[in-house]
Design a protein around this ligand. Structure first.
Ligand code: S5P
Length: 266
């Protein structure tokens, strides 16, 4: 489907190239799903891409939890992700001062050279976004930052006043194309969307077709409900990578998310 028809007001209001890139891929695949590829072996990660590539729009990684990581194996993984038309999202949750965040985009994992987007907390102030953008510029690439405005985990310290501050600062920063919201609580999410407005995206973890409490304080809400409440991308981990049939699960999440978008725009 053409992205403008699929996304309506969000497409028209979006000013960031990264937001439009994501919305284009999502419309092509009819899927608002980002797979949280939380497997700790390179073989497990490669299997996942092969199984779910057609049903997801982006791939979220935690590069530092892979046991047998090597630059060569990671290069192959990124190549497979590109061939499957997936955005690569390193969920590093940067939180340091601007200059150190820029340096952390390099280093052993060289996140700047393969990530299309990364997450950051705004706890250290808005210069972190400039640091991350400088990281991509250092290697002649462009990327987008998602700021954590809410979290899905029980007892987190991102209270409504903090969320409002993050939104206010992120809205006016061109390096920020969206926010992480809490996919497990549609009410909180709808309030976040009202605050964010139409221009920037909201991506939401804490999503599972089996709604309820997950392991170690994780909380889950329904994918379609999250999209109806204003999410533009549902981040799904164990619901897909721990399923008996990850491809079938990814397809089910894609269909639920797409049905949400179609209903939201009616
Ligand atoms: O608030 C948050 C933010 C993030 S990015 N809660 C989260 O769970 N996440 C990430 O989403 C987390 O790091 C993990 O990779 C994924 C959720 O995985 P699941 O297995 O619970 O679906």
């Amino acid at each position: 489907m053409d992205p403008e028809g699929a996304w309506g007001a969000r497409w028209q209001a979006a000013s960031s190239a990264m937001a439009k890139r994501y919305m284009t891929v999502a419309a092509e695949k009819q899927s608002l799903v980002c797979l949280a590829a939380d497997r700790n072996t390179m073989a497990g990660l490669m299997d996942l891409i092969a199984a779910v590539g057609p049903h997801v729009a982006a791939l979220k990684t935690h590069v530092d939890l892979v046991d047998d990581w090597s630059p060569e194996a990671w290069g192959d993984f990124c190549k497979a992700a590109h061939e499957a038309n997936l955005l690569i999202f390193e969920d590093r949750k940067f939180a340091d001062i601007g200059g150190i965040s820029r340096a952390q985009m390099a280093g052993q994992f060289d996140i700047r050279s393969w990530s299309d987007l990364v997450t950051a907390h705004l706890i250290s102030g808005p210069d972190i976004v400039d640091g991350l953008q400088a990281g991509w510029s250092d290697v002649g690439r462009e990327g987008g930052v998602l700021l954590l405005a809410q979290m899905s985990s029980r007892g987190n310290l991102l209270n409504p006043a903090y969320t409002d501050e993050v939104v206010a600062k992120g809205q006016v920063h061109p390096g920020v194309f969206g926010f992480i919201g809490n996919g497990s609580r549609p009410g909180e999410l709808a309030a976040l969307r009202a605050n964010v407005g139409e221009e920037k995206l909201i991506w939401t973890p804490g999503v599972n077709l089996a709604v309820g409490d997950g392991a170690m304080g994780q909380r889950y809400g329904d994918p379609k409900e999250a999209v109806l409440a204003g999410s533009d991308c549902v981040i799904v981990g164990s619901g897909i990578h721990k399923a008996d049939d990850p491809a079938k699960a990814a397809k089910a999440y894609a269909e639920a998310s797409w049905a949400g978008l179609m209903e939201r725009n009616r």
